[in-house]
Design a protein around this ligand. Sequence first.
Ligand code: ADP
Ligand code: MG
Length: 147
Amino acid sequence: MPSRSERGTPGFERVYVALGSNLGDRAAHLRAARQALESLPDTRVVAATAIEETSPLGGMDQPPYLNQMVLLETTLEPRALLWALQAIELQRGRQRTEHWGSRTLDLDIVRFGDRRVSEADLIIPHPELPNRDFWRRELAELSPDEG
Ligand code: ADP
Ligand code: MG
C-alpha cells in the first residue's frame, strides 16, 4: 500500500504552484501567498521548496526574483484555482502592465495532477516548464518519486 506522501490523499489533486516576486518586500509577498493558498477552500499546502533567487527571464532590465514552489492538495478545478491565484496576486498589489514585467507576486500553475488543459487563458502543464531549469529542480525537490 503506497504511503500518503507517495500518492497523496484520495479525491485530491496534487498541484504544483510557482511563486515569484521581484518588487517590494519579496519574501513577505511569498509568505502572504503561502498563507492565502492555505486558506483556500478544500486546499492545503503540503510542501514547499526553499526560496531561491533567480535572474529575470525574457532579457528585460528588472530586479532579481525570489522564487519558490509549493505542492498543494486540492479539490478545486483548474480554472477555479486560476481565478483564486489571480485574486491573491491582486491582493498583493499586482499591477498588470507589460508581459513578463516586474511584479509583486506571480502565481503560476506548473502542473495539476496528470491533467492537460489547452485553452486560451489556461495551459497545463505550464508552457514555460521546458525552459525553466529551476522549476524542474523544484519539482524534483517536491516529488523525488515522480520522473
Ligand atoms: P506570466 O506569463 O509572466 O506568468 P501573467 O502572470 O501576467 O504572465 O500571466 C498571463 C496569463 O497567463 C494569465 O492571464 C493566465 O490566464 C495565463 N495562463 C495560462 N496558463 C497559465 C498557468 N498554467 N498558470 C497561470 N497562468 C496561466
Ligand atoms: Mg503568471
